[in-house]
Design a protein around this ligand. Structure first.
Ligand code: ASP
Length: 578
């Protein structure tokens, strides 16, 4: 190899030495007969000066942005007057330039990357990935994988790969299906997660398993979703909830320490689902700042303010002083998130003005006491069905965070657990009970008797979510290992014995052959790296992502296929008129 060092590995100790560097021309400027180049590789950027009388000049003169070049020269400090401190104080005086390859004019200026339309960045992703920001994200991701592997290896976890062409796993999304040529009319499903396989590895006695698993879920995309994404999937045998949580805390702290040099305080705080919803209106509360809700349902029950009088829940949050325009905007957000409206009051002395103040007289002192609202501050209320009232006020809380930059005063990273999720949730659309995490999650042993009663909704699951800065970055549970409990669970969600057998017969069989108590978790690895890197979309931490319509704009997937390929798998495409 001709290269003597990567650019970012040059240090002041190289000063005075002849170096050979290879990379891309980041920029070229001509000044007073000199050519100034910036040469870039994955590790860094260096300025190169080519003097008019140097043997390198003619070749250097051919270089344009994004040409690939080899440059030999002397690494030296820049003139005193141009030094600012750091490595930018050094430059290369070229003695030889070799053009290794030319490049067409790029469709966007790489240095403008962030402000370029995302579709263009994705179409020319190989150029976008040249940008230092993208390289930093992917290197962080690679370092995080290394830290995970190192830690879990040390803790005795065995890495096992599970199949991509498999049967449906219930994680609440639609499956991606793959037709089988050898078995016409039959389909594989791509895994929504390795859930059943990792549980079978526990039954098989592997004790501790992990895998960086590609998962596939066909659902409507949002900023932090992709149809294929990566989970760090783990499972442990002979453990209870506390064991899983403390292993995870050690792992997460290790990853942050090794990759970012950040010390996360352990153990992570735990909050029950009901508290998270009642206090913050979210099952993934952003706890970098506080701003809790107060419950004031009782203060308005049966009173003259009709919107609150019969409400199942009335929740209030104490915001700083707000303008009418800001209140209107927050009301729009509340409504978008299911509230009928956003009532408000402005504190004035011992009472309130504005908004619903004419209905608030007797309650004033108690409202001030419960919310601690400051003079001039604004109280914002949602009311109605509990889940809608808390959810909408939760969205308002996050909007206040963004409006007043409330998270800035808190820690850079706040990790916590949300626990005690309900085992079952009533689905209004289908009018049936369904699982909240997945049907293999173990209920709290004290709540087993509630199955099949009208208090099913109160059964607590031994489930937990890992929350980082308001993002759910992991979720898992202790699993059912008793076939009788598994049968109860299937019954509760309206699965007949036959249906359960049809879908998961192999798993139900396996459960009967000596299943150890076990539990685990999966991290949403893309989302975790997104938050760690400070990016706002998981597309920023995935090398070749799809856009928010599920399209790979570079490879142009999905795409039609040859009729012969369809015939091979016994399919034809139904064409519609429109
Ligand atoms: N399989 C679960 C999921 O994908 C994670 C787990 O329970 O371990 O959410």
């Amino acid at each position: 190899m001709k290269r003597t060092a990567m650019i970012g590995h040059l240090t002041p100790a190289h000063a005075g030495q002849t170096v050979t560097l290879q990379g891309w021309v980041n920029r070229r400027r001509d000044l007073g007969g000199l050519i100034f180049l910036e040469l870039r590789d994955r590790s860094g950027l260096v300025q190169v000066q080519v003097e008019p009388d140097s043997a390198a000049f003619a070749d250097a003169d051919r270089l344009r942005a994004e040409y690939v070049a080899e440059i030999e020269g002397t690494y030296q400090a820049r003139p005193e007057s141009q030094r600012k401190g750091g490595l930018a104080d050094f430059e290369v005086i070229a003695t030889r330039v070799k053009v290794l390859n030319t490049a067409k004019t790029t469709p966007f200026e790489l240095e403008k990357g962030d402000s370029v339309a995302e579709d263009i960045r994705l179409k020319f992703r190989y150029l976008d990935l040249r940008r230092p920001e993208m390289q930093r994200n992917l290197v962080l991701r690679s370092k995080a994988v290394a830290a995970v592997t190192e830690y879990l290896d040390r803790e005795g976890f065995v890495q096992v790969e599970t199949p991509m062409l498999t049967k449906s796993t219930p994680e609440g999304a639609r499956d991606f299906l793959v037709p089988s040529r050898q078995n016409p009319g039959e389909f594989y499903a791509l895994p929504q997660s390795p859930q059943l396989f990792k549980q079978m590895l526990m039954i098989a006695g592997y004790d501790r398993y992990y895998q960086l698993a590609r998962c596939f879920r066909d659902e409507d995309l949002r900023a932090d979703r992709q149809p294929d994404f990566t989970q760090l999937d783990m499972e442990m045998s002979f453990v209870e909830l506390d064991d899983v949580l403390s292993t995870q805390e050690g792992l997460m702290a290790h990853v942050f320490r090794e990759t970012l040099g950040v010390e996360l305080p352990v153990p992570f705080p735990r909050m029950a689902y009901m508290d998270a919803m009642n206090l913050y209106g979210s099952d993934k509360p952003d706890l970098r700042f506080d701003l809790k809700f107060a419950d004031v349902t009782d203060l308005f029950q049966g009173g003259e303010f009709k919107a609150f009088a019969a409400a199942q829940a009335v929740k209030v949050i104490a915001a700083p002083e707000l303008t009418r325009k800001q209140i209107d905007e927050l009301e729009r957000i509340a409504k978008q998130n299911g509230a009928g409206g956003l009532a408000w009051l402005k504190r004035d002395g011992d009472g309130f003005t504005g908004g619903i103040s004419k209905f608030v007289t007797a309650q004033a002192a108690e409202l001030i006491a419960r919310t601690g609202v400051a003079q001039g501050g604004t109280l914002l209320f949602t009311a109605g069905e509990w889940k809608k009232a808390v959810g909408a006020l939760g969205a308002v809380r996050l909007a206040l965070r963004d409006l007043f930059d409330l998270a800035a005063a808190g820690p850079q990273f706040h990790v916590s657990w949300v626990t005690e999720f309900p085992q079952l949730e009533f689905d209004d659309d289908s009018g049936t009970w369904t699982y909240m995490h997945h049907p293999f999650t173990a209920p709290h042993p004290d709540d087993l008797d509630l199955f099949g009663t009208d208090r099913q909704g109160e059964i607590r699951a031994q489930a937990y979510d890992l929350v980082l800065n308001g993002f759910e970055v992991g979720g898992g549970s202790i699993r059912i290992h008793d076939p009788a409990v598994q049968a109860k669970m299937f019954q509760a969600i309206g699965f007949s014995a036959e249906q359960a057998r049809d879908k998961f017969g192999f798993f139900m069989d396996a459960l009967e052959y000596g299943t150890p108590p076990h539990g685990g978790i999966a991290w949403g690895f893309d989302r975790l790296i997104m938050v760690m890197s400070g990016a706002t979309s998981i597309r920023e931490v995935i090398a070749f992502p799809k856009n928010n319509r599920g399209v790979d704009l570079m490879a142009l997937a999905p795409s039609p296929v040859e009729p012969g390929q369809l015939a091979d798998v016994g399919l034809s495409v139904a064409t519609s008129e429109n």
